[in-house]
Design a binder for this molecule. Structure first.
Ligand code: ADP
Ligand code: MG
Length: 452
């Protein structure tokens, strides 16, 4: 395997560990430039990337490299501006053996600039079972009659269960069948940052004007807007003006409207005014069907025994299921035939118990590790900035993710007054709205908490 192929398979794996936005930010224009003995040297475009990659992703990248080639033991990043423009980040060329499935992971490059839709997310490639059939039926109805059936359509469910896929399938179907309709997919993160910068630059009117011609607005992960008061206010107006003109609005969230904390009542009642449908976890049989469907799309076979093992053990969500399958496919392409023993070894990291979610210990551990502190540091009675901020973040996450009461949080942190916990929570909440860097950090921390 050459360096380009090697780096491509690392990038393909990385996409299962970090968000698309993060991936694009940190891995664009990177490549392996040297591979000698046990060491890999990766070039990055600037000092900022170097710092992030070596601080935050060094271990993970090394682990992935090591999984592919266990002779690799060390990693170094060096800065080479503009060096990697033409290399592995680009769509693979023809003689590239690691082609198809890896290319699929690079599909953000095929995203339609105008609609933001990814053509891969279609109804045809969406497997339906009892776990998602209501959401699927509603989505189909909306795509056939946008603005007239269910408005808004609100899809909720845990991460990796097909919300984005389904919403984009609506968009793709409408762009195909009703060519005149203007569809726009926006992540709520982007949407909020659009509003925030419009407020800052005094350009709210033109921001709104840019949304006015849209016939189908698809806003993903709307829970992100919770607690962000200005954004909610502006969104309320955007919502109303589209709604009044019978424009279709499709929303997704990790939970139903009534469970989104700090969502304005008037927005909540708007969200509840249309159709609410959930997606949940597929059962074993459906997981098997999903795996077979994915293989069929790629025209690849895999022994039944292995598929059954994946379906029986990778239960966390569909994204993980796909990730597990891709990991095996990449291994098979690059190395050799795969058997059940290798499968078990390779999929160790994918096998979770369904109860393995966020808990107190996990939050403390993850926050401490993220900020390079020892867990006990978080409880130090100090006002040092490098401790105070992580401590506030830990308190914030206990509240936000685990719904701890403020007195309970205060007790955990050495019997502090519960107003300290309230203060910490509000402070992080507010900063999260104003400070992109903090938002990024919180996202990364949450990903780690939830990625087992
Ligand atoms: P969510 O938005 O709920 O976090 P995604 O829509 O991003 O989840 O889905 C994660 C991955 O799983 C995607 O690659 C998607 O194509 C795949 N997926 C999810 N649900 C299905 C399904 N019902 N059939 C086929 N693939 C699915
Ligand atoms: Mg999603």
């Amino acid at each position: 395997m050459n360096n380009i192929e090697l780096w491509q398979s690392v990038l393909a794996q990385m996409q299962f560990h970090i968000s698309k936005a993060n991936f694009a930010t940190w891995f664009q224009n990177t490549e392996i430039i040297i591979k000698e003995n046990e060491k890999i040297v990766i070039s990055v475009p600037n000092a900022f990337s170097k710092e992030w990659l070596s601080n935050k992703y060094n271990k993970l990248i090394l682990k992935i490299l090591h999984d592919i080639d266990d002779s690799i033991k060390d990693l170094e990043f060096i800065i080479r501006p503009n060096s990697a423009k033409n290399s592995s980040f680009k769509v693979a060329d023809e003689e590239n053996k690691v082609s198809e499935e890896i290319q699929l992971r690079f599909d953000e490059f095929k995203i339609n600039k105008e609609t933001n839709l990814n053509p891969r997310y279609t109804f045809e490639s969406f497997v339906v079972g009892s776990f998602n059939e209501l959401a699927h039926a509603a989505a189909l109805a909306v795509s056939e009659n946008p603005g007239l059936t269910y408005n808004p359509l609100f899809i909720y469910g845990g991460t990796g269960l097909g919300k984005t896929h389904l919403m984009q399938a609506i968009g793709n179907k409408i762009t195909e069948n009703l060519k005149k309709k203007k569809v726009r997919y926006i992540s709520s993160e982007k949407f909020v940052s659009g509003i925030v910068s419009a407020i800052r630059n005094n350009s709210m009117e033109s921001f709104k004007a840019s949304l006015a011609p849209i016939d189908i607005l698809i806003l993903d992960d709307i829970q992100f807007i919770a607690g962000k008061n200005k954004s909610q206010e502006e969104f309320f107006h955007v919502f109303n003006s589209l709604y009044e003109k019978n424009k279709q609005i499709v929303l997704s969230s990790d939970r139903p409207p009534n469970a989104i904390p700090e969502l304005e009542d008037r927005l909540r009642s708007r969200f509840e005014g249309g159709m609410i449908a959930d997606v949940s976890l597929p059962d074993y049989e459906t997981r098997l069907v999903i795996l077979k469907t994915k293989l069929q799309e790629k025209n690849i076979n895999m022994p039944e025994e292995i598929l059954e093992y994946i379906a029986a053990n990778v239960k966390k969500n569909i994204r993980e299921l796909e990730g597990a399958l891709n990991k095996l496919l990449i291994y098979e392409k690059i190395n050799r035939k795969i058997d059940i023993e290798t499968t078990k070894k390779l999929l160790k990291g994918f096998v979770f118990s369904p109860f393995d979610v966020a808990n107190y210990k996990k939050i403390i551990e993850t926050v401490a590790r993220f900020y390079n502190l020892e867990e006990k540091n978080l409880f130090d009675p100090t006002r040092r900035k490098e401790i105070v901020k992580p401590r506030q973040i830990a308190m914030y996450l206990l509240r936000k993710e685990l719904k701890y009461s403020f007195p309970a949080i205060a007790r955990k942190f050495g019997g502090k007054d519960h107003t300290t916990a309230i203060y910490a929570y509000k402070k992080i909440l507010q900063e999260n709205e104003e400070n992109n860097k903090l938002t990024e950090e919180l996202n990364l921390i949450k990903q780690r908490i939830y990625s087992g």
